[in-house]
Design a protein around this ligand. Structure first.
Ligand code: SAM
Length: 215
């Protein structure tokens, strides 16, 4: 599937230089310098092709967004769109979120989004889930005083697990939706922005779960 972008790395590091940050060049504490302002920074962990974050960036020009995706070629398409739209407030990078606490300084981030994270259904893989308590502790280290985390999923098992882990981490849950798209939509509300996976699950009639919390 990624064959057509065989030279994607050169593309990212050349033409897309200012949109894609090579993980080897990340300097914790330097993200606002890359955006050339002091606006708050929000991240999506496991952003896939980045459609959700791009829509947020279009709507909120005074917020900076960083998409983190461990599969580097996935973000190529996103970069094309950002370039087309001329967005200045969004960047993508690629690393495994396992090391997220070493890529940002304490307080550098205002919010973490997690959308349709891989469920890792086997119990022995539960530590890989991006909402397991070990990950929550890493996010907490880099979040500022608001410590906001927002999670959406089609997977009831992962959703329940996430609620349990949030409470184990003594997070304060601030809102819960158990069938997000069953209600009348306020299109202006960002919670209705569909991610790539969400479009698929919605087409299959799956309920979508969402929780927001202070970590
Ligand atoms: N958020 C997108 C959406 O809703 O359309 C993509 C969802 S997809 C099911 C999950 C994504 O998370 C995949 O692209 C995967 O590569 C990425 N991912 C999984 N574990 C990760 C990790 N430890 N660090 C960074 N990205 C990760």
């Amino acid at each position: 599937r990624y064959r057509k972008s065989k030279n994607y790395k050169e593309k990212m590091l050349g033409f897309y230089d200012s949109l894609f940050v090579d993980s080897e060049k990340i300097k914790p504490g330097n993200w606002n310098n890359l955006f050339k302002n002091n606006n708050p920074i929000m991240i999506e962990v496991g952003c896939g092709k980045g459609g959700f974050l791009i829509e947020l960036a279009k709507r909120n020009k005074n917020i900076n967004y960083i998409g983190i995706e461990k599969v580097e070629p996935l973000v190529l398409e996103a970069l094309d769109e950002i370039k087309r739209e001329g967005l200045q407030n969004i960047l993508f990078t690629s690393f495994d979120a396992n090391h997220i606490e070493s890529q940002f300084e304490k307080n550098e981030i205002s919010r973490v989004y997690l959308n349709f994270s891989d469920p890792w259904p086997k119990k022995r893989h539960s530590k890989r889930r991006l909402t397991s308590i070990n990950f929550l502790k890493k996010y907490r280290e880099i979040l500022d005083s608001e410590k906001e985390i927002i999670f959406k999923s089609d997977n009831s098992g992962l959703f329940e697990f996430t609620l349990t882990e949030l409470s184990a981490a003594k997070a304060l849950i601030t809102s819960v939706d158990i069938n997000l798209h069953s209600k009348e939509k306020d299109e202006k509300d960002e919670k209705y922005i569909l991610t790539e996976y969400e479009k698929r699950f919605l087409a299959q009639g799956m309920p979508i779960y969402r929780v927001t919390a202070h970590l």
